[in-house]
Structure formats: structure tokens, C-alpha cells
Write a protein that binds this ligand. Sequence first.
Ligand code: UDP
Length: 192
Amino acid sequence: FTTVSILNVPFINTTNAAFVAQLKQDILAHHNRFVVTANPEILMYAREHPDYQQVLKQADYITPDGIGVIQGAQILGTPLPERITGYDTLLDLLQWGHEQRQRVFFLGAKPEVLKQVVATVKTQYPNLVIAGALDGYYDDEATVVDQISAAKPDMIFIATGFPKQEFFIAKYRHRVDGLWMGVGGSFDVLAG
Ligand code: UDP
């Protein structure tokens, strides 16, 4: 994709449909991919935290999540077609993963929320393989990463909020060649 930079952050210049199509190809090819859905809050945070800015540089795709980013691009004279949110992308990939019998790992949210996410996913996407699920209140990162690696997932969704989820992905993505995506509060929404 071509990109549009706002405050030095390069956003992919594409639609939800084209983006998800690209992710499907990447996943089938077992490419190692890191997706960040960035809203204005993330842009501001990155500006003040060079270590987070460094992490954003390692992302393969940064999507415009939030109307503020779309408006910013418009004002700069380099419009982006539409918002691409973590939640919408998550739902599209879960549906596709169900059709393709893909393996998924969920990391994040409170234990009871995660439990509900697993139950909902099992009902709505029965052919999706839940390779593993862990809540986001772990204390030993190494054990978490070992479990993700052993599960051999095609897609890893991490819902521990920003910046934690992005730091985690940047640090450990080399352990599994698959799609790594931070999805913020999406598990809470999915759990209903
Ligand atoms: N969370 C977590 N581990 C933590 C802190 C937060 O799993 O150590 C979860 C929290 O339960 C919630 C999500 O991360 O499900 C954060 O959602 P929020 O909407 O605050 O994230 P954002 O969308 O701002 O990244």
C-alpha cells in the first residue's frame, strides 16, 4: 500500500476490504506481520515516547483508527479513504478464519471477559481453531510467549491495550510467523 504520513506516522492508504484481502494473503503465506490500529491518542503518545515511536516503525501496517486521523489526513490534503478499526478487522478475520479453519490465539482482557470471548467465538465461528487463550493479567511474559509459540497460531490477537500490546508484539513477533495484531478493547466488545 502507499502511505499517508501524519506526525511522522505512515498510515496505509487503502480500504477495509483491500486491507483484509492483503492480510488473508499474508496469513496463508505464513508471513510475519505486525498490525497497529492507530488513533489520535496513539499519535500523541508516540510523539512523547521515542521507544513507542520505534515500535511503530517496526509495524508492517498502521491503519487509521479514529475519525481524528481521517480528518487530519483530509486537512493535510492527503485524504485517506476510511477508518480501519481493530474491531472490524478482527471480526472479518474471525469469519474468514472460520471458513478456512485457521488457528487463532487470544491474549488479553480480564479472565471472565476472555472466557466469554472464547464461548462467543466457539458459537459464532465453530470451525475456527482456538489454539490458545490467555487473559491479559499475566506476570510472566516468558511463559505467555512460550504458550503462544507452542500453539502454532496463524493469527494472534492481543487485547492488552496500547502501548503494552505493541511493545509485546515488537519484542516477541519473531517467535511465530503469523499475523500479530493489537486490538485494544475489542475483547470487551466481543464479550458483549
Ligand atoms: N488489559 C489487559 N492487561 C493489562 C491492562 C489492560 O489485558 O495489563 C485489557 C483490559 O482488560 C481491556 C484492554 O486491555 O480489555 C484495554 O482496553 P482499552 O480500551 O483501554 O485499550 P485501548 O483501546 O485504549 O488500547
